[in-house]
Design a protein around this ligand. Structure first.
Ligand code: NAP
Length: 265
């Protein structure tokens, strides 16, 4: 699959990792749907990304944590661009400042990170199956594969997403649809800055907490390059598995707090 003329939907693409992924697909000539809840921010991001691209960039507002949001987004995306060839389920919420969390925060993560992905994917897959090809990339997290303190609920949502990936790969593979998960290492995004808090050097704090052996956090380009690769026909035999683009977090394990006596509060 060359990417010129393909139709891509990247959720959570008005910020952070999703924005980098949308920008990368546009650079490759694809038509891209940018989406998020905040309409003003979304329109401005889509205008900026679209102005430098040969492909079309359209913004569609959607709240994917609601029961109706994912289906409405799928319908609007198909009507604006035509069938979606590549779906990147990137939007996610992370409440990671301790294991006890409110029921509302738990529900928000489950609704966005799991139910929203399920509803959106199952709404778009029939069109892919009809055309005989498609790619779904689910953005998970290193916390889905190893135990980290203070992240139980978030990690649970991403582990669920990893399992959705495998089941969908089994179910949809024969329709020509490849389904993969991609686990990014830490990228300093607006969401991470908010989660880590003010008054600290965020990249340094993230490096210390994760003990990344590569000695640096990831860039948006580190992650978007891998997503775009997975979407290409070069990756035609990659299916039903997880790409760990995480600076070694999964392979090496956690050096969490290696230079401290205890993990950070
Ligand atoms: P971010 O900067 O917080 O951006 C989140 C994006 O999702 C925004 O576009 C936001 O737009 C959208 N969004 C949030 N809630 C939504 C909702 N209810 N409905 C629709 N869209 C919604 O996030 P990020 O750090 O780039 O993370 C992106 C993904 O990567 C997440 O799934 C995260 O779990 C995963 N991840 C991140 C890291 C990292 O270090 N950054 C590492 C591993 C995995 P609106 O607010 O306008 O809705």
């Amino acid at each position: 699959m060359t990417l010129g003329g393909t139709h891509v939907l990247v959720t959570g693409s008005t910020s952070g990792i999703g924005e980098s992924i949308a920008e990368h697909f546009l650079r490759e000539g694809a038509d891209v749907v940018v989406t998020g809840r905040d309409e003003a921010r979304g329109k401005s991001v889509a205008k900026r990304l679209g102005s430098a691209a040969s492909g079309r960039c359209v913004f569609i507002a959607a709240d994917l944590a609601t029961a109706e949001g994912p289906g409405a987004l799928a319908a609007a995306a198909e009507s604006r661009l035509g069938g979606i060839d590549i779906l990147v389920n990137n939007a996610g919420s992370y409440k990671i400042d301790g294991t006890p969390i409110s029921a509302a925060d738990f529900d928000e993560m489950m609704h966005l990170n799991v139910r929203g992905v399920h509803l959106l994917t199952t709404a778009l897959v029939p069109g892919m199956a009809e055309r005989g090809s498609g790619v779904v990339v689910n953005i998970t997290s290193p916390v889905a594969y190893r135990g980290y303190p203070g992240m139980a609920a978030y990690a649970g949502t991403k582990a669920a997403l990893d399992m959705l990936t495998k089941c969908w790969a089994a179910e949809y593979g024969r329709s020509g649809i490849r389904v993969m998960a991609l686990s990014p290492g830490p990228v300093i995004t607006p969401g991470v800055e908010e989660a880590v808090g003010t008054g600290v050097n965020v990249p340094q704090e993230v490096l210390t907490r994760t003990g990344l052996v590569v000695g640096r956090v990831a860039t948006g380009l580190d992650i978007s390059s891998a997503v775009v690769f997975l979407a290409r026909t070069d990756a035609a035999y990659i299916h039903g598995t997880t790409f760990h683009v995480d600076g070694g977090m999964n392979g090496v394990g956690s050096l969490w707090g290696a230079d401290k006596d205890a993990p950070p509060e």
